[in-house]
Design a binder for this molecule. Sequence first.
Ligand code: MTE
Length: 317
Amino acid sequence: MIIRRKPDIASSEITPERTYLNRRHFVKKAAAAGVLGTALGPRALQGKTTLQELHPRFDSMTSEMDEPLNSYEEITTYNNFYEFGTRKSDPAENSGAFRPRPWKVEIGGMVNKPGEYELDDLLSGITMEDRVYRLRCVEAWSMVIPWYGFPLSALIDKVEPQPGAKYIEMKTIVRPEEMTHQRFPILDWPYIEGLRMDEAMHPLTILATGLYGADLPNQNGAPLRLVVPWKYGFKGVKSIQSIRFVEEMPINTWQVQNSHEYGFFANVNPNVSHPRWSQARETRLPGFRKDFDTMMFNGYTDQVQHLYAGMDLARWK
Ligand code: MTE
C-alpha cells in the first residue's frame, strides 16, 4: 500500500534525501552487478524481512507492513512473462537480450494529447512513490512485493482523456528478435490488458518502474508495467508500449485465449472459482501448500468495493 514517511520522526533519524537517492543509485548498480544481497542485506534475500525493517523511515497504512516481503530472488526468478517462455523460470533465463531503453510509449484514442512519448518525458513532473502490494496470481500463488512507481492517474491526467473514453487499453511491445517466444503462437501477440476508467484512476493502481529500489528487471516487465493490487496478476501487463483510451470494453489476452475461464474484471475473489480450481486458498511463495485464506479483493476491499456496487461479481468475472 501507500508508504508514507513518518511525519513526526526526529530529523536526525531520517535518512537525508541525498543519501537515500545515493542508496537507490547504489542498489541499482548493485543489482546490475548481481550483488543485491550485499546492498539490501541477506535477510531481504531470504524473504524474512518486512518493509519496516528494510526502510525504518517509512510508515504504512495497511497490513502488508507486517507481512514478510518476498525476497528479490523470489520475485525475479518465478515469473509469468510468456514472451520469454511459459515456465516460471523462463523469463529470468531468456530475457537478458531485451533492451528496455530507450523506450517510447504511444498514447492514442480518445485523448487530447496523443503522440509517441519518450518514457522520460512522460514521467517528467510525476512523483514517484514506494508501494508495497500483494500480487495474487490466478494460479493461486501470491507474493508481497516492494514496488516503485507512480499512480496511473497521474499519467492519465497529463494526456487529457476525452469524455467519451470509458476504458483504457494497454499493450506490450512486440519484438520477436528480443522476446524469444513471440516467435511462436503461444498467445495472440501483443499481450493486451484493459481497465475501466474508474479503475485506472483509482489511487491504488500504479505503473511500476522498479522494485526493491532498483529499476524493474526485464523479467518483471521493464521498463514500465501495470500493478492493480486487488486483481489477479494477469491484469499486470508488462513492458507497456501503447496506451489507448477507448469507448468499448477491451478484450484482454486471456479472454481471447479462453473466454470461458477468464473475464475482463479479474477481481481477486475467494468465492468465485476458476472453472478448473478453487480460488478460496492460496500459497504464499516460497511455500508449497495453500496455507492462506484468499482475501476478497486481495485485502483491499475497503478501498475498492465501491467500484463494483450493484455488480454481480460471479457474473462479471
Ligand atoms: N504481461 C505480458 N506481457 N506477458 C505475460 O505473459 N503475464 C501476466 C502478467 N503480465 C504476462 C504479463 C501474469 S499471468 C502474471 S501472474 C503477472 O504478469 C506476473 O508478474 P510477475 O512475473 O512480475 O510476478
